[in-house]
Structure formats: structure tokens, C-alpha cells
Design a protein around this ligand. Sequence first.
Ligand code: CMP
Length: 139
Amino acid sequence: ALERTLSIIKPDATRRNLTGAINDRFEKAGLRIVAQKRIQLTRAQAEAFYGVHKERPFFGGLCDFMTSGPVVVQVLEGEGAVAKNREVMGATDPAKADAGTIRKDFAENIEANSVHGSDSAENAAIEIAFFFAQTEIVG
Ligand code: CMP
């Protein structure tokens, strides 16, 4: 089915000027960027977005990292977009990611892993609504 997923290009990637290179991976995989904006996350936004992880030992460091520079939040659309995006990203830990994936090729480590992507269609709807009004998404 035609789906939408929420993607974030993280501060380690914007810092190294990799926004275009990462978008090229998405577009070559058949994902369409139907909404996109470059923003500086506030601490409150980072903590709220990653709220499911708040008891994890990496939560504080993750929020520090995600507010350390600009991110690009985007909505990707395509057939099976949630799974396709996860395939293109590769495993969370770049050391475990398959060859040719974004994280294998660009990520610095398990925290500074260049991209975020929704893990289910249900979470995609929640995460898209966190950053975008319906009027900002143009399919
Ligand atoms: P993401 O897919 O955005 O979801 C949670 C983020 O936490 C993850 O990518 C990493 O950036 C970060 N993180 C840091 N340490 C870990 C860890 N040990 N396991 C999972 N995620 C981690």
C-alpha cells in the first residue's frame, strides 16, 4: 500500500553536509520527499519525540545529540514506505548495518547514526503529526 513515514536527518549528517547525499538514497529507492524542513530541535521537543526511550540509559545523551545542531525532518511517501525506508537506512548500529545502507556508509556510531525512521505505520502517523500540519505535506 502507499504509505508515509517520518524521517529525520540527524545533526551528525547535517554537520557533514550529507543532506543531499541521503535524500539521493531515498529518491533512488523510490521514496518521494513530500514534506521537508530544517529545524533546530528544542530540548523539550527531543525529550517528547523520544519519550518511549526515557527510561533507557542512552536517553540523556540522545537528547543532547539531537539538539547539538540542525536536523532535517521529512515525510517520505511510497509503496511500503515504512519498511523500504528501514531497509535503506540499515541497522541502528552502523557496525551491524548491511553494505550499501545509509548507516553503514555515513553513520558515526550507534547514537550519531545519521537518520531516524518510523518503525511502524502506526508510529509513522504519530511522528508525522509531531512535526507537520497536513497542509505542509504535498503528495
Ligand atoms: P533512532 O532510530 O532514532 O531511535 C533511537 C535512537 O537512540 C537511535 O536511533 C540512536 O540514535 C540512539 N541510541 C543511542 N544508543 C542506543 C542504543 N544502545 N540502542 C538503540 N539506540 C540508541
